[in-house]
Ligand binder design. Sequence first.
Ligand SMILES: CC(C)(COP(=O)(O)OP(=O)(O)OC[C@H]1O[C@@H](n2cnc3c(N)ncnc32)[C@H](O)[C@@H]1OP(=O)(O)O)[C@@H](O)C(=O)NCCC(=O)NCCS
Length: 302
Amino acid sequence: MGSVRWAFRCGSWTPTRSDWLFAARCIQREEKDRIGQFVFAKDAKSAMAGRLLLRKCVCERMGIPWSEIRLERSPRGKPYLAAPLKVSPDSGPEPPAWSFNVSHQGDYAVLAAEQGVQVGVDIMKTTMPGSSSVPEFFRIMTRQFTAYEWTAIQSGGLEHQQLAAFYRHWALKESFIKAIGTGLGFNLQRVEFHLSSELLTHKHALRQTKMHLDEEEEEDWVFEESLLDTDHHVAVALGPADNAGSARLRPSLPPPTSFTLLSFRDLIASASPLTEEDPACWDSFKMKAEAPQRQRETHASK
Ligand SMILES: CC(C)(COP(=O)(O)OP(=O)(O)OC[C@H]1O[C@@H](n2cnc3c(N)ncnc32)[C@H](O)[C@@H]1OP(=O)(O)O)[C@@H](O)C(=O)NCCC(=O)NCCS
């Protein structure tokens, strides 16, 4: 069974003209068009990194040539491999299918992929709320977490600790929602996380956190938590594949893997162009402001 955990620091990526134009040629046309529509460069870069991460993973881990990969989205937006369906036409047992997911927020884009299970990943950066105080922000968010989770979130002394606990819970919930692919519309009160008391560090991923679904502990789901740096929490949800029957997930999983930080050269190492060069897409990219004014100020004042 294989595992992939990759991160790319898109926040500090300043693509050159040739980098951007090459990257744009190496993703599907509709994705290039979607990325061109972002108002801010930060969003365009993170979405571009997400697409390159997906294709790199399918190409290098599933052994499919870059130019043959066709990614589509489920009706709720989750990317999946639509073609080619069979990696090798030879007979013999089919290897367990790969599942993958990306997330981009704060300064990173991340990808988690795993064989034989379904995967969701979410990254959250701990940031101060923009226009309200922390208590007011928590009040607005009341319905996203259960009473048990709020007690855990608010048990930290300092506001920053409480916010870090908030975003840690958030990443866990999102990772589950992203693994099952439902997106908005899932009643978040149905899932409740019970965090491990073990300290989360940069060094290794933890797998002790438990999820309760409709008040029952879910033994078939595993949550891997890591810190990419002090401010960025990542949660990876690993659940039984649709065709897994009643097989238990935990014993078959490889040990938790830490995220590997990739460079832009790594991202495009296996890439090959799918479309012609389109100079207009650089012209439009270089006109974009990096991020909304408020985010840029928060960043600069750090
Ligand atoms: C897409 C969604 C599932 C996650 O969005 P997000 O956390 O803002 O964004 P992330 O950066 O983590 O993930 C975005 C990526 O996930 C993938 N994605 C999109 N829809 C998805 C879905 N339904 N399921 C899984 N992955 C999805 C895509 O690759 C997307 O990147 P792209 O659009 O650039 O290709 C969002 O629509 C959503 O429904 N979020 C739940 C909202 C909520 O109530 N959260 C509260 C948690 S406490």
